[in-house]
Design a protein around this ligand. Structure first.
Ligand code: ADP
Ligand code: MG
Length: 379
């Protein structure tokens, strides 16, 4: 990919790049909608991501290119408006540029920019955080600034929340920024505090991407966010992380049926994350798998962010030999299912599940056998 981005940059901008960066996508391992509730989450950075190349310009022009969009868009350094239509992908790097002053960092004026990716977009693997972090490191290299990793993560989140306008928590950028091969990233979102948890070698990840997306997904995500905040308020806490499972049980009947279900999902899920860390430290993948599947059941019944396609895949996977557990990964309302398997799970079993899915839904899911990879870096 490094060769590819170098060649592409040369082709598009007619010269060599000055800096090349890379940031990985991520799998939400467990901790569903816990991040913006101040809870804990485990994620895996994967060996796929976004590569960005840049070189400075002295005329103040910012020339953006991504293989994904296929054409150069030129903006003056004074352009602060959100981009639309086929240029809307530029809101991710532009949002990063716009975020820098909030962190007392300087944005580069003119530059040439190119991006390539080997991540599916919109598959719940967080290509958006990957492009934010790869862009952030590239822009900081252009201006010879060296903030710490945590600041970089916060810049990406700031861009996504405030410029792109997605109210995501710190999971996506935190895992892309702090990822480590053969490890999971544990995030205590309230700090935030980041930690690496070793992953047993025999743990394998498979992703089944359904390419389904609920038409109202943005609105549904915002609605769940709002419902969680309302539930916290009704429980007398500022964020749901401050309520225990017992507090929520005790409020059953006092909370609306909906608020109760959302709150129960979140506090139980936070407890599952902590249990998963304990089980991982003992290399007890059976226990980890049970927690993953329990997380999915909670999404299905309490948080109501699953779909019949995702439920179908989880049912098939958990009934298959060599699968420890499976759950929807990412925001839900469509997207992808992750399975944790032993090395004995292979293509033939994955294809059997894809066949069954196709028979039922008339389309095939994409199957990705994922490896963990290192976090965002300058190459
Ligand atoms: P996810 O983060 O799960 O992949 P999002 O909808 O949050 O899905 O982000 C996808 C968006 O990120 C794309 O629509 C595009 O605007 C932007 N993006 C991701 N990767 C690239 C890329 N390589 N080049 C340009 N834009 C990208
Ligand atoms: Mg995203």
């Amino acid at each position: 990919m490094q060769q590819k981005i170098t060649a592409l940059f040369q082709q598009v901008h007619g010269r060599a790049p000055a800096f090349i960066t890379r940031a990985p996508g991520r799998i939400e391992f467990i901790g569903n909608h816990t991040d913006y509730n101040g809870g804990t989450v485990l994620g895996a950075s994967i060996d796929r991501g976004v590569w960005v190349a840049v070189a400075p310009r002295t005329d103040g022009k910012r020339r953006f290119f991504s293989e994904y969009a296929g054409k150069v868009v030129e903006l003056g350094a004074d352009v602060t408006a959100k981009q639309t239509d086929e240029a809307s992908w530029i809101n991710y790097p532009l949002g990063v540029l716009m975020a820098l002053p909030a962190f007392k960092l300087k944005a580069p004026e003119g530059f040439d920019y190119a991006a390539v990716s080997n991540l599916p977009t919109g598959a719940g693997l967080s290509s958006s955080a990957a492009i934010e972090l790869a862009s952030g490191i590239a822009f900081l290299a252009l201006t010879d600034q060296h903030p710490n990793r945590e600041t970089l993560v916060k810049i990406g989140k700031h861009a996504e929340n405030n410029f792109v306008g997605v109210p995501c928590g710190i999971l996506d950028q935190g895992v892309s920024g702090f990822g480590k091969k053969d490890h999971l990233v544990f995030i205590d979102c309230k700090g935030p505090r980041f930690d690496a948890v070793p992953l047993p070698e025999s743990a394998h990840f498979w992703i089944f991407n359904t390419h389904t997306k609920h038409a109202l997904v943005d609105g549904l995500y915002a609605a769940r966010h709002r419902e969680c905040m309302e539930a916290a308020q009704a429980l007398g806490v500022s964020l749901l992380v401050e309520a225990t499972p017992a507090d929520v049980e005790a409020a059953n009947g006092k909370l609306s049926a909906e608020a109760f279900k959302r709150a129960k999902h979140v506090v139980d899920e936070i407890a599952r994350v902590d249990q998963a860390v304990v089980a991982l430290k003992k290399s007890d993948l059976d226990a980890v798998g049970r927690l993953l599947t329990a997380s999915h059941c909670s999404s299905q019944n309490l948080f109501e962010n699953s779909t019949r396609e995702l439920d179908f895949l989880v049912d098939k996977l958990t009934a298959t030999l060599n699968v420890y557990g499976a759950r929807l990964t990412g925001g839900g309302f469509g997207g992808a299912v992750m399975a944790l398997t032993s090395p004995a799970f292979g293509d033939s079993q994955a294809l059997t599940i894809a066949d069954a899915y196709e028979q039922r839904f008339g389309a095939r899911p994409d199957i990705l056998h994922m490896k963990t990879g290192d976090g965002a870096e300058r190459l």
